[in-house]
Write a protein that binds this ligand. Structure first.
Ligand SMILES: *Cc1c(COP(=O)(O)O)cnc(C)c1O
Length: 437
């Protein structure tokens, strides 16, 4: 059976982020069941999902609490259009998220995937300036190496050549400024020094271009897709102040770093400031259903509130505010509260750090770094390392997908101490095999 399912998948399913020809040598894996942090394959092999199925799963697969909430909601209402109608799950979710920002960001606009949330924030920013008689402000600026999604609008602020090159003729590329990536520290420089240096580059850019710049978009504290580039919160504080000074919006893309990943619910909390727009997706539904949203301020909201229809934010997706997806998100927030997740993760993060100790000592390993439930390191290795490592990790029963020479852990918030230790030991073993090959 297995061979035929894999064959059928290869001939009928076009898999994401994949050169399909590589599957001539790397077999697909058919998953039949999920159990907490484990994925169970058709052949019975179990894989520890150490990347949370692309950073979405927070509380394990087939989580009993989320399942129960979804079953209850399914018996009441699965979906209704959100134009002209509303429902309890979307209202409660919006209220709870507003409360989590201390009502700094009290208005929630919904979509289904992260890239759409990016596009909504970009469009809202430009439309805000248009409604405020500043129609020249239509450009964006993002950080070198940034990733904000892969639809044509989101690609404009995504600075990863491989994702952008083929589509360059479609894209009105944003400007990029230096990344505050702490790895770029000169001898004697701290992470904070690098952040201050990068903020000066941002200031130079804004001084020259603020009149046509609508917004700066950042991934707060960790630029994940470029290879878990971590930086000091001082950059966010300075970026916030510069955006205020030059009348440029600050968009925080917390699609990957939100929902407790960095140790606080929102990564921006580390900086003590709020953005004008905050994008959430991935973990917000616990990894169950496609859901994204943009939180914004009352100032932004009021600029659209008028008798004129064209001043309104005329953007929609068919599944905007889907009741099941919002219910999964509410169940996710309930787990955060009921299980004191942010506190429990402090211990879990220490277990991960301890498990990574022997890896840090490996002679090929550089820049081992951690923020909350993200741990990453770079490996000095020959080309093709990521694919070799991925295959050896699978053989060890681990789902890990390095980004270039960066290996990272981004596990669900359910690992116990033994599972963290096992993750460390198996990662080291896969590393040694991948280097020996
Ligand atoms: C994943 C991601 C996105 C895009 O989300 P999709 O749901 O894949 O479209 C945008 N920004 C960041 C920071 C991400 O990690």
């Amino acid at each position: 059976m297995s061979a035929s399912l894999l064959q059928r998948s290869l001939s009928s399913v076009w898999h994401p982020c994949t050169q399909m020809k590589q599957h001539e040598t790397l077999p697909l894996i058919a998953i039949t069941r999920g159990e907490g942090p484990w994925l169970v394959a058709e052949d019975g092999q179990r894989y520890l999902d150490a990347v949370s199925s692309w950073w979405v799963n927070l509380f394990g697969h087939c989580n009993a609490h989320i399942n129960q909430r979804l079953r209850e909601q399914m018996e009441k209402l699965e979906h209704v259009l959100l134009a002209g109608f509303t429902h309890e799950p979307v209202v409660r979710l919006s209220e709870e998220l507003a409360a989590l920002t201390s009502h700094a960001l009290g208005h929630a606009f919904y979509a289904s995937d992260g890239a759409s949330a990016t596009e909504i924030a970009l469009k809202m920013s430009v439309h805000y300036w248009r409604n405020s008689d500043r129609p020249a402000k239509t450009r964006f600026v993002s950080l070198a190496g940034s990733y904000h999604g892969e639809t044509v609008g989101a690609l404009a602020v995504t600075d990863i050549a491989l994702f952008r090159e083929a589509y360059a003729p479609l894209v009105r590329a944003a400007a990029t400024v230096a990344s505050p990536d702490a790895r770029s520290a000169e001898p004697g420089e701290s992470a904070r020094d690098v952040a201050i240096r990068a903020a000066r580059a941002l200031e130079d850019f804004l001084a020259e271009h603020h009149a046509e710049t609508a917004a700066l978009i950042v991934e707060p504290l960790v630029q994940c897709a470029t290879g878990m580039a971590m930086y000091d919160a001082e950059y966010l504080r300075r970026a916030r102040a510069l955006c205020d000074q030059y009348e440029v919006h600050l968009i925080a893309d917390e699609i990957a770093v939100g929902c407790g990943r960095t140790g606080k619910f929102f990564a921006m909390e580390h900086s003590g400031t709020w953005p004008d727009f905050l994008c959430l997706s991935k973990g917000i539904s616990g990894g169950y259903l496609p859901l994204s949203l943009v939180l914004t301020t009352d100032t932004i909201y009021q600029a659209f509130y008028a008798d004129d229809v064209a001043r309104g934010f005329l953007h929609s997706h068919s599944y905007t505010g889907n009741a099941l997806a919002c219910t999964a998100a509410l169940a996710t927030l309930e787990i955060f509260r009921d299980d004191n997740v942010l506190i429990a993760n402090e211990q879990r993060a220490r277990w991960l750090a301890r498990a990574a100790g022997p890896i840090a000592a490996h002679p090929t390993v550089r820049h081992l770094r951690q923020l909350g439930m993200i741990l990453a390191f770079d490996v000095e290795a020959t080309p093709g390392f990521a694919r070799r490592f991925h295959a050896h990790a699978l053989a060890e029963g681990l789902l890990l997908r390095p980004i270039g020479n960066t290996v990272y852990w981004m596990p669900p918030y359910v690992l116990d101490e033994a599972q963290c230790a096992g993750l460390g030991a198996r990662t080291l073993s896969a590393l040694e095999k991948a280097l020996a090959e």
